[in-house]
Design a protein around this ligand. Structure first.
Ligand code: FAD
Length: 461
């Protein structure tokens, strides 16, 4: 008879939960133990229901194109819950005005000339600079480079600062002049290499893709993303879930590991460990190993968001669209805003408005240290530059996320490869997965968890 394997998963966010779910579902000779430091599962996923509103305090949706999140929802039998975002015009806030994102642009790269040339967002000089992409040819750089460097060379500073940077910051909340191109947008580098021009290459691939499916690109669950968490919780053996247990350190003992938990005398024994904590936590847990400290060189960014619920007549001139991001190098403190009731109508009761705005970016993270009232005032002041708010919100919900957005700086993938090689050498059967490593989005985290599950299963065969 095959011996049972003890797999301990550290962290009950989406990565840890996914690993626990697929391991339990797919293997009968594995004992899974999930250890979570706080009193709740879900990590960054946190849905709040209030007065008929569904408010996502963390992520609100996932990309449909990256299949692993949708697949997990389907595996959990939650297909009926899936809903796509309503599409609409998105804007850039610059100089106290909302400028429509030019039609036909992809992550800020202009694929249609007419709307780009007509755009009020750029000066003539800024527009002319973007044509450079068609003539400069491919870059000679072979190694990694920053996203900012790559796009500035091809499209000029204005398109980058006013359009590309705010859009990318909406995902990574970072400074694109430090962000690794290889770790975040390798596809753009490939397009440049194959077509010598981003615009030409992306146009060609756009023409080949099925234009029928150009409706919403994002999906969420009608009852909120927390439903994924709750469903996984319901499907796991309840004795495998350990809440309020903070792992302090892990020791290697011959071929197995001893997991120590704060305020507990009895450690947990494990054959395999899946670390899904942010890397700064993983570093502390394995602090005796020097190589673990070499991996990440950048502090994660802290952000906060404020959800504001209004009666419909509280805002007079709400623009037609789904939201906006804020141009860099301007005086605003908000970085993005979604008119949630338009993008996700199911979240908001009839006759109401739900707005969610973000603050916090590199260089302005101290905003998180302010009181809720101060953060609300900062957000309302910025929103009032473009919206006439004539009644106070029905309620406000401030959510703070300290050190929540990992920064994949230039060289990230090389450092990750070194980390994984060293782990295999010094700490066999210890795996790292989650937002610190191979993608911050929910589908990427889920994919990483599935990949570790596959590795563990393969070793057992
Ligand atoms: P986490 O969710 O951080 O889970 C790690 C878990 O480990 C936590 O539960 C934590 O309590 C636990 N832990 C920490 N230390 C210990 C310890 N010592 N012992 C035991 N447990 C410990 N992605 C999208 O795809 N779409 C979005 O719309 C989107 N929006 C976002 C909005 C915000 C505000 C944020 C912060 C992120 C957003 N993301 C979005 C990114 C995505 O939500 C996260 O990258 C993802 O949820 C991270 O999952 P994870 O399991 O890797 O980590």
């Amino acid at each position: 008879m095959q011996e049972r394997k003890r797999v301990v998963i550290i962290g009950g966010g989406i990565t840890g939960l996914t690993a626990a779910y697929y391991l339990t579902k797919q293997s009968h000779n594995i004992d899974v133990t999930l250890i979570e430091a706080t009193d709740r599962l879900g990590g960054k996923i946190d849905t709040l229901k209030k007065d008929g509103f569904t408010i996502e305090r963390g992520p609100d949706s996932f990309l449909e194109r990256k299949v692993d999140a949708k697949q997990l929802v389907q595996d959990l039998g939650l297909d009926d819950e899936l809903v796509r975002n309503a599409t609409g015009q998105a804007f850039i806030l610059s100089q106290d005005r909302l400028h429509p994102i030019p039609k036909g642009s992809k992550m800020g790269i202009p694929l249609e000339w007419k709307p780009f040339l007509r755009s009020s967002l750029f000066s003539i000089r800024g527009k002319v600079a973007a044509f450079n992409d068609l003539i400069i040819g491919r870059s000679e750089e072979n190694g990694d480079q920053s996203v900012g460097h790559f796009f500035r060379r091809r499209l000029g500073n204005q398109v980058v600062d006013r359009l590309i940077h705010p859009l990318i910051s909406g995902i990574y909340a970072g400074d694109i002049d430090y962000l690794s191109l290889n770790a975040t947008f390798p596809h753009f580098k490939e397009v440049e290499a194959n077509h010598k021009s981003l615009i030409k290459g992306l146009r060609e691939s756009d023409n080949q893709t099925n234009k029928k499916n150009q409706q919403g690109q994002f999906m969420t669950l009608k009852s909120g993303l927390q439903t994924i968490v709750n469903q996984i919780k319901a499907e796991l053996p309840q004795e495998s879930i350990n809440l309020n247990q903070r792992v302090t350190h892990i020791e290697k003992k011959n071929d197995s590991y001893t997991v120590h938990i704060e305020h507990q005398n009895e450690p947990i024994e494990a054959d395999d460990i899946i670390m899904t904590t942010p890397h700064r936590v993983t570093e502390k847990i394995f602090s005796q190993y020097d190589f673990i400290h070499d991996f990440s060189d950048a502090k994660s960014t802290s952000v906060a968001n404020v959800a504001l619920a209004f009666e419909k007549d509280a805002i007079d001139n709400l623009p037609h669209g789904t939201g906006f991001v804020v141009s860099r190098k301007e005086q605003y403190r908000i970085t993005a805003c979604t008119w949630t009731h338009k993008k996700w109508p199911h979240t908001t009761p009839e006759g109401h408005i739900l707005v969610r705005a973000y603050v916090g970016k590199p260089g302005d993270e101290e905003v998180l240290e302010k009181s809720n009232e101060e953060i609300e005032q900062i957000v309302l002041k910025d929103l009032q530059t473009i919206m006439e708010i004539n009644k106070p919100p029905l309620f406000k919900v401030v959510s703070r996320w300290h050190n929540a957005m990992p920064q994949y700086t230039v060289g990230h993938l090389d450092r990750l490869e070194t980390l994984e090689n060293k782990l295999a050498e010094h700490l066999p059967n210890v795996y790292v997965a989650g937002a610190s490593y191979r993608g911050v989005g929910l589908p990427d985290c889920i994919k990483q968890a599935k990949s570790v599950v596959q590795q563990i299963k393969q070793k057992m065969n």
